[in-house]
Design a protein around this ligand. Structure first.
Ligand code: ARG
Length: 587
């Protein structure tokens, strides 16, 4: 990258004057004055035995000549760096000619498993599943773009209490008579039945202890693969999964693996044996648990009587591995899944999870058990990326007008409907595919522009605007460039040249956009790429307002403009690919 090249030049000069410390370059926070700056002369002045400004001047005086940059030492002791037109033009060539617009892949790309779907079978997908799908898909693509090899796993929730509850409810509704030998007419289990059964059972279990306990027993029977419970379970899964797949497809979330919690069941005994062998497992109220609190998390409670045993206030409760009835829990399946992933994928370098941040404690417990027991090798990174909540305009978690949770499918339909209205108000015909692409882009950009950990307000009208910081604006910019390029297909390939500040501004935005990928990689958030891509698109709009590409009569200039458009197209396409936003044919 360009900043590294500048650093190299500065460091060579520093070496010449006997400095061994290395200098760093950042983007200028005064773009009117310069493009990059180095602020290190203050801190290095002492070692150099010079006043800070003197040091800056001396470094500049010792720089190797380079036609791509202007360097200037300025008061109080900065080195300001500007790209020359030759530098801008070279940058343009790099963007045009290199595969990733000059973005460099990491030399030691890592092997990563990314777990970000998390849909639960037998339950309806709801808006809570939007953020992990959107963020996860983009993070996956970002990692890939920078050289990691990533496997995405949906990790379906398919081994928990919701299954016992649903089966029991279906049983009581008479749907399962065939399986229990009470009827010889095999009954199909449909999605509609599940949509009804689970909410009914869930509500009932909160007030009816007998029902809940029975559902727990049934869950255990499923986990033990007892018949007919396990067969019914498989039918429930078959009825659920196609819908889950369709929902994720509409959102453009693509998973390499469609494992679920249940797939870890073959690894549960082995995982527990490993934990036990390490002496970590102990009984507590009939359940099997692992203490995971670290020392300073054990806050000693004052004793009323010195004879009392020391008790602790313990902010990190133990991880429950097996319930008193022998059933496994969410933590157990996650621990066994890590064992499974390590076996199937030969200890990946990182395993990362994207869920609501309210699951942070669960993952802390799981990760600690895996580290303490050695199920996760020391050099493997386990990471939970917790996202914030999508709120309604009232600042509270988003709900339907009736106060319920919005189904994911209804959300997707809402996106299509609203984007369709938008198209119509722009004088276009309703086109479902196009509306879906625009609606999903609006949703994704509206989400990803926020830092992953932060809550944001779902404001579809704002997200759908064709102007401003929105997904549709970026799509529109890309579509517009494509349509101009289609009209100038016959223009002779020529050199890219800088004619005005409008081009310089586009390239400045390009440098910032390219460097934002690394920022995102570090922050585990796409916010910086969203913002810098918007800036690039608006720099392009300014250029386009000031210049006519199609009408340009100077052939050389026209062909340079075409090169510039191709550059912006490439930069936009690369970013939109990472954000998993599709560019429509027309808009
Ligand atoms: N099924 C879970 C839920 O709906 C999310 C699963 C996330 N992944 C994991 N390995 N725990 O909350």
């Amino acid at each position: 990258m360009i900043t590294e090249k500048i650093e190299q030049l500065l460091n060579d000069a520093a070496k010449k004057i006997g400095l061994s410390d290395s200098l760093t370059v950042s983007f200028s926070n005064m773009p009117k004055l310069c493009d990059f700056q180095c602020n290190d002369c203050f801190k290095l002045a002492k070692t150099a035995g010079l006043a800070p400004l003197e040091l800056a001047e001396k470094i500049v005086a010792n720089l190797e000549k380079d036609g791509d940059f202007y360097f200037e030492a300025v008061k109080p002791a900065f080195i300001n760096i500007k790209l020359t037109d030759q530098g801008f033009e070279k940058l343009g060539q790099t963007i045009l000619s290199s595969e990733n617009c000059g973005l460099e892949k990491h030399k030691n790309g890592q092997r990563v498993i990314l777990d970000y779907g998390g849909a639960n079978i037998a339950k309806t997908l709801h808006v809570g599943h939007l953020r992990p799908a959107i963020i996860g898909e983009a993070i996956k693509r970002l990692y890939q773009q920078l050289g990691d090899s990533v496997i995405s796993d949906v990790h379906l929730g398919d081994w928990g209490l919701q299954l016992g509850l649903t089966e029991l409810q279906l049983f009581e509704d008479g749907v399962l008579d065939f399986y229990f030998g009470k009827s010889d007419k095999p009954a199909e289990i449909t999605l509609e039945m599940l949509n009804e059964a689970y909410p009914k059972a869930s509500t009932r279990s909160k007030v009816d202890d007998v029902f809940r306990e029975k559902a727990e027993e049934w869950t255990l029977k499923i986990q033990k693969k007892e018949q007919p419970y396990f067969d019914i379970y498989k039918k429930i899964k078959d009825a659920s999964v196609p819908k889950i797949k369709a929902n994720y497809q509409a959102l453009g979330a693509q998973f390499d693996e469609w494992y679920g919690e249940s797939d870890s069941s073959d690894y549960v005994d082995e995982a527990i044996a490993i934990i036990e062998k390490k002496g970590l497992l102990h009984e507590s109220d009939g359940a099997m648990v692992v203490d995971v609190a670290t020392e300073n998390e054990n806050i000693p409670l004052p004793k009323a009587d010195p004879q009392e045993p020391q008790r602790y206030k313990n902010p990190m409760p133990p991880a429950i591995i097996k319930k008193s009835n022998g059933a496994v829990l969410y933590a157990t399946t996650d621990i066994a899944t890590i064992l499974m992933r390590n076996k199937l994928h030969n200890n990946p370098d990182r395993i990362e999870y994207i869920t609501d941040q309210r699951q942070a404690m669960h993952f802390t417990q799981v990760f600690r058990v895996c580290k303490l027991s050695g199920i996760s090798p020391e050099n493997q990174q386990l990471l939970h990326i917790g996202h914030g909540t999508m709120n309604g305009k009232d600042g509270k978690p988003f709900k339907t007008r009736e106060g319920g949770t919005l189904k994911l499918e209804d959300m997707i339909n809402l996106l299509i409907e609203k984007a369709g209205e938008k198209l119509k108000s722009n004088g276009q015909e309703f086109d479902r595919d196009l509306a879906l692409k625009i609606g999903v882009a609006a949703m994704k950009f509206g989400d990803l522009i926020n830092n992953v950990g932060k809550d944001y307000v779902f404001d579809l009208d704002k997200f759908l605007s064709f102007e401003g910081k929105t997904g549709p604006y970026l799509q529109y910019t890309a579509v517009r460039i494509n349509s101009i390029l289609a009209k100038v297909e016959n223009v002779k390939e020529g050199q890219f040249k800088v004619y005005s500040d409008d081009e310089r501004d586009i390239l400045r935005a390009a440098v910032r956009q390219l460097s934002s990928y690394e920022v995102c990689y570090k922050e585990k958030s796409l916010a910086a790429l969203c913002a810098s891509t918007f800036d690039l698109a608006s720099a392009f709009s300014t250029f386009y307002n000031n210049h006519s590409v199609i009408g340009e009569t100077d052939e050389e200039k026209k062909s340079s403009f075409v090169q510039l458009l191709k550059m912006v197209k490439k930069l936009l396409a690369q970013a939109l690919h990472v954000l998993a936003i599709e560019v429509p044919e027309k808009m």
